[in-house]
Ligand binder design. Structure first.
Ligand code: NAD
Length: 284
């Protein structure tokens, strides 16, 4: 399959999808936003009216191009470099975002990676990198988000004090041989999100997750970029279509907006039915 590309014209089309501008006056930060799902989320949040921070750790050109498209289509956006697994850099990123926009209303800890290995060959470095980015990175970003929501107090742009949308995966519930570190990190995100929601929702901070299925992005390119690979992947997807970043971007806008104001501590599976266990479609 060919991944649909984003550009200035596409950004204008996305704005037309949100005539009511549900996030107008709000500010959002998305980590790992210069690629794949993070880019989809940040472009949709901006199209829905939010000013956005495009976080990246490498690839400033891609982040700058996204900022240029958003600003060029009438929105507000800045790019900020930070490694989400580094406490000092995360704190500095939030400080810079608040200095620029005044506050943040929506935080999407999305950055993630894979370090795949046969289990007995998995190195501590592979284990630690996945845990540090996929799980500790979510902790550090969510903690700064909560601190900022509390500092700023309520304002009249949303019914919630703030919204956190964690990027999980279908692998928070589907075990994944050969990817033990990744599945463990996403299983961790599940209970991290739920426990945090339980702890802070009485302060009107909404914490939820999106669990994408197979979304065509650079992280899983070998799984979709040839016809044979795509056909094999479709065996796992009842809806018979590989997902694209727009599918997740739209879900992210909904979870960040007041349309989902009563949705708390939930994982929204956006997976074309992957979690329905396609192998059982004919009775098993
Ligand atoms: P991607 O590789 O396109 O994007 C990952 C982003 O995270 C990149 O921008 C990368 O630079 C960034 N990143 C990595 N380490 C970082 C760090 N230390 N600090 C800041 N940013 C860092 O992949 P993607 O598919 O867009 O993945 C985004 C998220 O979605 C990940 O959490 C991934 O686990 C999750 N996810 C993806 C799929 C899928 O099918 N693509 C499915 C389920 C979950």
């Amino acid at each position: 399959m060919v991944l649909p590309s984003y550009n200035l014209d596409r950004q204008r089309e996305l704005i037309a999808m949100y005539p009511q501008q549900p996030l107008k006056g709000q500010f959002a930060l998305v980590t790992g936003a210069n690629s794949g799902i993070g880019e989809g989320c940040v472009r949709h949040l901006a199209a829905a009216g939010a000013g956005v921070v495009v976080n990246y750790v490498r690839g400033p050109e891609a982040a700058d191009a996204i900022v240029a498209d958003i600003v060029g289509s009438g929105g507000r956006a800045i790019a900020i470099m930070a490694d989400v697994s580094n406490e000092e850099q995360v704190i500095a990123m939030f400080k810079q975002a608040v200095a620029e926009f005044g506050t943040l209303d929506i935080v999407v800890p999305n950055a993630g990676l894979q370090q795949d290995s046969k289990f007995e060959n998995m190195t501590v470095a592979q284990w630690d990198l996945v845990m540090n980015v996929n799980l500790k990175g979510q902790f550090l970003c969510a903690r700064e988000a909560v601190r900022e929501f509390e500092r700023r107090g309520f304002r009249d742009v949303s019914r919630a004090l703030g919204k956190i949308v964690c990027m999980s995966s279908v692998h928070e519930v589907i075990p994944w041989a050969g990817h033990v570190n990744y599945a463990a990190s996403k299983g961790g995100v599940k209970l991290f999100m739920q426990s945090l929601a339980q702890e802070i929702s009485d302060r009107r901070i909404r914490v939820n997750s999106i669990a994408p299925g197979a979304i065509a992005t650079p992280i899983n390119k070998p799984a979709w970029d040839t016809d044979a690979a795509e056909a094999k992947l479709l065996d796992l997807i009842p809806y018979n279509r590989v997902g694209i970043p727009d599918d997740i971007g739209q879900a992210c806008v909904w979870l960040a907006s007041d349309a989902s104001d009563y949705v708390v501590g939930t994982t929204l599976f956006v997976d074309g039915g992957m979690t329905l266990c396609e192998g059982f479609a004919t009775g098993g």
